[in-house]
Ligand binder design. Sequence first.
Ligand SMILES: NC(=O)c1ccc[n+]([C@@H]2O[C@H](COP(=O)([O-])OP(=O)(O)OC[C@H]3O[C@@H](n4cnc5c(N)ncnc54)[C@H](O)[C@@H]3O)[C@@H](O)[C@H]2O)c1
Length: 440
Amino acid sequence: MKNIAVIGVGYVGIITSACFADLGNSVCALDMDEEKITSLKKGIMPIYQQGLKELVDRNVKARRLTFTTSYEEAINAHRAEFVFICVGTPEGVDGEADLQYVRAAAKSVAEVMDHSLIIVNKSTVPVGTGDWAADIVHESQPKPIPFSVVSCPEFLREGTAISDFMNPDRTVLGSRDLEAADKVAQLHLPLRAPIVVTNLRTAEMIKYASNAFLATKISFINEIANICEALDADVQEVAAGMGLDSRIGPYFLNAGIGYGGSCFPKDVKALAYMANVKGKHPQLLNAVMEINEFQRRAVVLKTREILGEDLAGRTVGLLGLAFKPGTDDMREAPSVDIARMLQALGATVKGYDPAAMEWASRVMPDTQLANDAYELVADCDAVIVCTDWNEFKQLDLERVKRLMKRPVIVDGRNVYDPDTMKGAGFIYRGIGRGHGAVGV
Ligand SMILES: NC(=O)c1ccc[n+]([C@@H]2O[C@H](COP(=O)([O-])OP(=O)(O)OC[C@H]3O[C@@H](n4cnc5c(N)ncnc54)[C@H](O)[C@@H]3O)[C@@H](O)[C@H]2O)c1
């Protein structure tokens, strides 16, 4: 049992807190957002994540998990040996990562700490941030108290965050202080994953390189999808055929409207920024971003091909709004850009999502929100599938067709089978499904 303080109870912080507590540690989770902490104390979760409430409730009840807004309480009163920094690192100017929250957290830790600490950074931060954070702690300490900085990038995915945390493919640790890295490794031993120990900068780079590679896979298959459309091949079958090759693997080969969310867009941009600053020309990363942007436009183009160039007087429904299923996260969700483009062309836009309605109402104020999928499709001239939630996979197609003004489905996630849709009387466009995907 170790005493751990976690700073930030967003997606990464709340999962880290609850999971480390569940492994038997004593965790005090801190956030500067009083509302989040007050809600957590009442058992209200700050994010949508299946299984999270049960996990938090169980560990709060067992007194292994507490919440606070006070650094003094989380670090000193709690006698924390480890402090995990899990604050946001959003996109800043020109794509550079904005480190203001990491700076503030490091400073606050330094100002209160009354005993030695291992400061573990889980936020995704530019290469070199570990050393920079150590300098901030040194400068901000009222009197020198020893500490070590360890980079421990997080690889969890929203939607499957708890099982990802509990069953990681690997744990990456970077530090100048091998003893501190070893102590952090001990904390992760129950997870039974390979542990890679390296230096700070390399650990930070592993996170960016991993995300950039996954984003590249997505843009790659999207480019193949666009070529498939021109050559009358089906990208779904191409991806399945490719994925059976163990050198390629089946993951991240789903053609669609591209990646979104709080990580890939900003991390690819931040890596390209780091390269540019050092005089390198990140050609591949630039292409990955360009293709990703195009995919959002592609579904609008497909809709216009069917409904006509001018969308004034047309109603388009967006089925699914979150950037992916299993989360309420609307950060960089393709649906937001798609809605904006359609509205600029004069369309009325409706939207529905099983989890992200509250967040969507804040970021898409001009989009009419429906209460379910059938209310969404009612009176639409076209529906664009933006998120592949399971509940959309077996809709009553007869009912959908009856409710729509025109039976036009632009399937941005290739959820439906083109032949089935054609058979059901829809005008259907998938992504990269060849001419067979075109209905009548
Ligand atoms: N969301 C993911 O799926 C994911 C996965 C892997 C890595 N990451 C990385 O993890 C980091 C956190 O991401 P997130 O999605 O959890 O962010 P988030 O925005 O959901 O949460 C960050 C939290 O930190 C709090 N905070 C900010 N500054 C603070 C301070 N000085 N003191 C106390 N609390 C503070 C905020 O109030 C917020 O609750 C980012 O660097 C992100 O790139 C995210």
